[in-house]
Structures are given as C-alpha cells and as structure tokens.
Unconditional design. Structure first.
Length: 117
C-alpha cells in the first residue's frame, strides 16, 4: 500500500504505480521490498520506505545472476517515487510519463535515505 494511503492523505490512481513497483521488485528480487517480521514492522517499513528500500546485491559468483540490472532498478524506483512526482500528465496528449528530472532515486549514505536526482 502506498505511503499516502497509509497516512490517510489524498491520493490518485498513481498509487497503482507504487503497487506495480513493489510487485516488480518482488518478481525480480524474489522477496518483498518492505516486509518485516510482523505486521507492525512492515507498517513501519512502508511509512519509512525512503530509509528502508535497498537494492539487493549478491557477491557470490553463483548468485550474481540475481543482481538487479540498472534498468530494472531504475524502473522499480521510478514507480516508487514520492507521490508528488510519481507521474505527470502531459496536457497535450494525456499520456502519463515519468519526468526526466525525477528519473533516479539515489541513496545518501550520510543521511541513510533516498533522494531524487
């Protein structure tokens, strides 16, 4: 469930993009991006997703094929963007697209959270 839904804030159909990002992550990584040991921990992880989301990385040679490609990670993070920038409607043709200025989420090791580049 998208953070804005959890926080009981107004939302649009863009929450479906959030769900798609979570499903894509689980499909490619083999586990849920925000799961916890119990419902309370999962709830907390979802609310603090910018600090919890991690790109899975495998070091063992037999597991390297399970690392997400840059393209896959970029697609996942685009779907999980903050609701304010998750999608934009082009008024000329009414198609949804992801704005160039918001295409990548990067991890700030000092702040231990995600930010838009």
């Amino acid at each position: 469930m998208a953070p804005e839904v959890l926080r009981a804030k107004p939302y649009t159909y863009s929450v479906d993009y959030w769900s798609l990002g979570c499903i894509l992550f689980e499909f490619l990584a083999g586990f849920q991006p925000f799961s916890g040991s119990d419902a309370d921990e999962t709830w907390t992880n979802l609310k603090n997703w910018t600090m919890v989301l991690k790109r899975p990385e495998y070091d063992r040679s037999e597991d390297l094929i399970f690392n997400l490609t840059d393209i896959a990670w970029d697609a996942i993070t685009r779907f999980l963007l903050c609701y304010r920038v998750r999608h934009v409607i082009d008024p000329n043709n009414q198609q949804t697209y992801f704005p160039r200025q918001c295409t990548i989420l990067n991890y700030d090791t000092n702040q231990k959270s995600w930010f838009l580049q």
